[in-house]
Every structure is written in structure tokens, then in C-alpha cells.
Write a protein that binds this ligand. Structure first.
Ligand SMILES: [Mg+2]
Length: 216
């Protein structure tokens, strides 16, 4: 079954883990938990790890235990110096130009963060849309609701969808629904991934059939 739609994760997928963006975001989340929610500094990290394990995101955990305002949380945590951390990526631009599929950003972040990252990379023109955590009604990946939303919004069957993500848990959920998966990061094989690549720019190398889809 040919792949007709590709859902790209944003953070640590379209730019490398060592860019500093995700570290900066983690720093803002920790700051929010301490300064806004009032969690003692020493407890921030263990609580964050517990939330990630239990709920998938810090936000979901904070909503559950502290009834925080999600919009305020997203605005606070996404105040990041993106343009200082991410440079235009012509190789990524070239890769996306070669892929005939419809492309979406599928992210547990906020859409305005995604837009800013895509602009900094110089690749925003390639995407048909951004499915963010608010669109998911805060049922972040790997919650099945997020994937149903992705299929419905794009009008794509799972069997014709490819998910590209740096987190195996997000790909495992997609695979279980019948989609194809590409893991970006270590390049090591993973049971959740059909292919595993170190950088997103290697996607066509790893899945050459992607470029064979006739346009239209
Ligand atoms: Mg990611």
C-alpha cells in the first residue's frame, strides 16, 4: 500500500536532539512547575519523570493534579530563543520537496511553537497543516485519540500513513493501528520502527519507495 500522508513529529525529529531547543523547553517546564505551580525545586524533576511515565506529558500530569490553565502553561513554556538555536536547513527543504506525499506536523507541542520552528528551518511551505496538542484536546501522543484525529483530519487510512518520530512509544501506537513508522535519532533498530535513521534527512535513503508515489 503506497504511503499517501506523512505525519512528522516536530521536536527532536525535524531538528537534532543536540540543538538545545528541547533542553530549553524542559528548562521552562521545570521553571513553570517551580515558580508558577509552587512545587519545591527538589521535587520538580522526580514529579516530571513520574508525569511523563504516567500521563505521557508534564502538562497532562499538571492538569490532573493541579488543574493548571493549559493555554497559560503552553505560552509560558514555549517562550524560547528558537531563532538562536535553529538555522535554516536546505537539506531538509530538499528532502521535503522530493516527497510527493501530503505532509503534516503531528506534535505534542503548541502550533505557534511549531510554526516558529518551521520558519527557522525554512520549511513551513511543505506542510498542509499542524496537528498540535490543542487540536488533540490534550490527548497527546501516544493516546489513540491523537492518531484518530490525524487520520480524520487528513482523510488518510492508517495503512497509507507514515509516522516519523524520535520516540518509539509514539511509533508503537501508530504501528498498532496499521501505519508505517520511521524512528529518528539513534539509528538503532527498534521493534516499533519499520526503519530507523539517525537524521530525518536520511528518510528517502531508508524508504526509497516514498518518492515513487505518483502525484495527485
Ligand atoms: Mg519529538
Amino acid at each position: 500500500m503506497p504511503i499517501r500522508t506523512i505525519f512528522f513529529d516536530l521536536d527532536d525529529t525535524l531538528y537534532p536532539k543536540d540543538s538545545g531547543v528541547w533542553d530549553a523547553l524542559r528548562g521552562r517546564i521545570a521553571q513553570y512547575m517551580h515558580e508558577v505551580v509552587g512545587i519545591p525545586e527538589a521535587e520538580v524533576q522526580p514529579i516530571r519523570e513520574l508525569y511523563l511515565k504516567t500521563y505521557g506529558t508534564s502538562l497532562r500530569g499538571l492538569q490532573t493534579h493541579y488543574a493548571i490553565d493549559a493555554e497559560a502553561y503552553l505560552r509560558y513554556t514555549h517562550e524560547l530563543p528558537i531563532e538562536q538555536l535553529i538555522a535554516p536547513n536546505p537539506a531538509l527543504d530538499a528532502l521535503l520537496s522530493q516527497l510527493p506525499q501530503t505532509k503534516y506536523i503531528f506534535t505534542n507541542s503548541a502550533s505557534y511553537h511549531a510554526e516558529r520552528v518551521l520558519r527557522a528551518l525554512g520549511v513551513e511551505r511543505h506542510f498542509a497543516g499542524i496537528l498540535d496538542v490543542r487540536e488533540m484536546q490534550f490527548h497527546s501522543k501516544p493516546h489513540p485519540f491523537a492518531y484518530q484525529l490525524a487520520f480524520e483530519r487528513s482523510g488518510t487510512a492508517a495503512s497509507q500513513a507514515l509516522f516519523v518520530d524520535d520516540m518509539p512509544v509514539n511509533l508503537a501506537a501508530a504501528k498498532q493501528l496499521g501505519a508505517s513508522t520511521a524512528l529518528v535519532g539513534s539509528g538503532e533498530p527498534d521493534p516499533a520502527a519499520d526503519v530507523s535513521i539517525a537524521r530525518v534527512e536520511q528518510l528517502i535513503e531508508a524508504m526509497p519507495a516514498l518518492v515513487e508515489l505518483p502525484h495527485g
